[in-house]
Design a protein around this ligand. Sequence first.
Ligand code: SAM
Length: 215
Amino acid sequence: MEDSYRHKGMRRQLVKVLQSKGIKDQRILDIIGKVPRHFFFENALVEHAYEDKAFPIGAGQTISQPYTVAFQTELLDIKPGDKILEIGTGSGYQAIVLVEMGADVYTIEYQKTLYDRTKVFLPQMGYKPHFFYGDGSKGLSRFAPYDKIIVTAGAPTVPDALVDQLKVGGYLVIPVGDQKTQQMLRVTKTGENKIRTEVFNDFKFVPLLGSDGWK
Ligand code: SAM
């Protein structure tokens, strides 16, 4: 698939939309202006790639809305070299944004077809996060602790395992609510057994499945 001037123009428009919705981090805006989101779309949907909307990617899952990707990434306050766990690889678009921010990214996906596809496609685009297949609702303890954890599916509660796998001072950014609407939370691990939780706006995610998700 090609990345034409027309696509680049549509990306610039998308960046303006995200700015108008309050995204301020110039690094994130530059990355969204650079990464060809239409590469993640099947042919019939390519024309919609630069709308600020979530779209189907197969296996009943979605590529997140660009605003949501930008908002969650802003909340993570990424420093180059941060070790980040992403739960819900999906299309890999969010993982690319994290890699472009300079993070060392561990990403886990529950749907085998998406895992198989994204594990091949991202390296073809030049991005090599660490890919894992399985239930990420309990995190990925083998490689813990992490500086930051991002959950890209809606959880019923904050899984304890994810807080356990954070470094002290680290952030967990996670949408929590029912299966229709979730509030975006940023949980800061302030001490070995202490957290502080900030609550942000409502979002609509596909459900987090698995043992600490919606089963
Ligand atoms: N970050 C993705 C992107 O950029 O395309 C968002 C994909 S979608 C909104 C959420 C993803 O979370 C889906 O691919 C879904 O299969 C995955 N998911 C749901 N429950 C999961 C779990 N327990 N462990 C890992 N992935 C899970």
